[in-house]
Design a protein around this ligand. Structure first.
Ligand code: DGL
Length: 259
């Protein structure tokens, strides 16, 4: 089992931002990445459909004998991870908005959070947010439209810049000093966000924490791959392979798969 791949899925190409952190920390682990781009965005769908899609993605990764699954999607984690853990034996790693580090570090007591509707309305997110909302002001914003633009290859478009400007304004008015990116597509926005935000505002995402947690869980279950050979990485999408290819770079190949 130790030599089997780590499975990763997201509603689309965003989770490749998590894959990058994972590969940096665990270079000898093989991976299989699934982008369910055909069904993106998950954010507006509601809990039932998000669970069903998460189950479908998991079933494919288990068919490929993955030893651990990373739900590289805040929306799928907050709506489906308990369900997945109750239904399958394999260890699951999830991702949630990094409210805690922002809450601990803020000096203005004001933190911005950009996430999907599905994440912001989930019970799991509310549980975390409630731990901090008595001491800090969390300016929540649904990033409506951002995921579809990224999935359509329009990351660096005028529309994207205009959307971000609109979404950031209430946060700037509330004097935030941290912006939490609560969706795995959003780390790809960092270069644009840096041009729109004052330098003093820190941008936080959860990628590194997920990679560290994955390593700890693999160690706990004695599932670390003992190999020191070059690892193998398969990237599948049921949407546009060229969009995924741009994000993962030329060293790896994005392939179309009907799953
Ligand atoms: N990358 C997903 C997340 O982290 C995007 C969800 C969506 O498709 O709306 O939430």
């Amino acid at each position: 089992m130790r030599k089997e791949a780590i499975g990763i899925f997201d509603s689309g190409v965003g989770g490749t931002s998590i894959w990058k952190e994972l590969h940096e920390l665990l270079p000898y682990e093989d991976t299989i990445y699934l982008a369910d781009s055909k069904n993106a965005p998950y954010g507006p769908k509601g809990r039932g459909p998000i669970r069903a899609l998460s189950k479908k993605n998991t079933a494919y990764l288990l068919k490929r004998r993955c030893k651990l699954i990373i739900v590289a999607c805040n929306t799928a984690t907050t709506n489906a991870i308990h369900y997945l853990r109750n239904h399958y034996d394999v260890p699951f790693i999830g991702i949630e908005p990094a409210i805690k580090p922002a809450a601990l570090k803020t000096k203005t007591n004001s933190v911005g959070l950009l996430a999907t509707k599905g994440t912001l309305s989930s019970a799991l997110f509310h549980k975390t947010a409630n731990l901090y909302s008595s001491t800090i002001n969390i300016i929540e914003q649904v990033g409506e439209g951002i995921v579809p633009l990224i999935e359509n290859g329009q990351l660096h478009s005028k529309e994207m810049k205009a959307l971000l400007n609109t979404y950031l304004q209430p946060m700037l008015n509330a004097n935030i000093d941290h912006l939490v990116l609560g969706c795995t597509h959003y780390p790809y926005l960092i270069p644009i966000l840096r041009t729109l935000l004052p330098k003093t505002i820190k941008i936080i995402d959860s990628g590194e924490a997920v990679a560290k947690q994955t390593k700890a869980v693999l160690e706990k279950h004695q599932l670390i791959n003992p190999s020191t050979k070059v690892s193998k990485h398969q990237f599948y999408t049921n949407g546009a392979a060229d969009v995924m290819q741009t994000l993962i770079g030329s060293k790896y190949k994005a392939e179309y798969l009907n799953f």
